[in-house]
Design a binder for this molecule. Structure first.
Ligand SMILES: [Zn+2]
Length: 263
């Protein structure tokens, strides 16, 4: 068993979603009982999902969205159902919990993709707290399997051109590998009901999502907030709004942001 190996954020997300193989899930569960660091991260992940679900309830998802989520869940064969169930009823006992995780994931996906009906209904386009909630939801969703990148490359000459034709704006993609922040890739995501560029970097096992989009608002200095174990740094400069989000510690994330802002 890989007792000594820490679980990656992706593995923990997959574990929460019940998307790991039974063997791998057992490894993670075992590791969580002995590793403070990973179990803290696991708790943070659960707390974030709970907080986002609470937010979604407050927004009162319309029936059409609820129906869409139910349909999507019903139509998707459960990935957590092992082909051949090992060792009697162990996996069956887990299923209600696994199922809930799946719903949380589906709701998060719908929250981001369906923000037109759920979130925009009760707010103005530019109010920062809601944008922050969207950015955080997008970050958490990106940690789930296969949601991180649309283009995966450590070369900025692959990532930057990928946005051409997908957005009316091309994000800055500096090379920061030598400073310890290798590029992972990029994706287009939705924040405040509009498509935005997301460039992904990493630091050790931590992922850093950098959101950016053009804005008419004036410059704003770096603002740092911490929510549910994630650090978020926000600023506006020369017509571009940027958000940097990660579970990386605040001081390293700040260093990264300063490198990014000056390149
Ligand atoms: Zn660990």
């Amino acid at each position: 068993m890989s007792q000594a190996l820490h679980s990656t954020h992706e593995a923990l997300s997959a574990y929460v979603d019940g998307e790991l193989t039974p063997d791998r899930a057992r490894e993670v569960a075992e590791h969580l009982t002995t590793c403070m660091q990973c179990s803290a991260e696991y708790e943070t992940l659960l707390a974030t999902i709970a907080a986002l679900r609470a937010n979604l309830e407050r927004y009162q998802a319309p029936d059409v969205l609820r129906a869409r989520v139910r349909t999507a869940i019903a139509a998707t064969p459960s990935i957590s159902e092992p082909a051949a169930r090992p060792e009697g009823g162990a996996s069956r006992r887990r299923r209600p919990w696994v199922w809930q995780g799946g719903i949380a994931a589906a709701l998060l996906v719908s929250a981001a993709l369906g923000s037109g009906i759920t979130l925009l209904a009760s707010r103005g386009r530019t109010s920062t707290p809601d944008v922050a909630a969207d950015v955080l939801a997008s970050h958490v969703r990106s940690l789930m399997p296969d949601h991180l990148t649309d283009v995966r490359s450590s070369d900025q000459h692959n990532v930057k051109p990928w946005f051409n034709g997908r957005l009316d704006y091309s994000p800055n993609v500096p090379r920061l590998e030598e400073q310890g922040f290798p590029l992972v890739g990029g994706r287009v995501d939705y924040v405040g009901g509009r498509p935005v560029a997301v460039v992904v970097y990493s630091r050790r096992q931590h992922l850093i999502n950098v959101f950016s989009w053009p804005t008419r608002l004036g410059d704003a200095p770096l603002g740092v907030t911490a929510t549910n174990g994630y650090n978020m740094i926000h600023w506006r400069s020369r017509g571009v709004e940027r958000w940097v989000v990660s579970d990386l510690n605040a001081s390293e994330l700040r260093s990264f942001t300063e490198l990014l802002a000056s390149s």
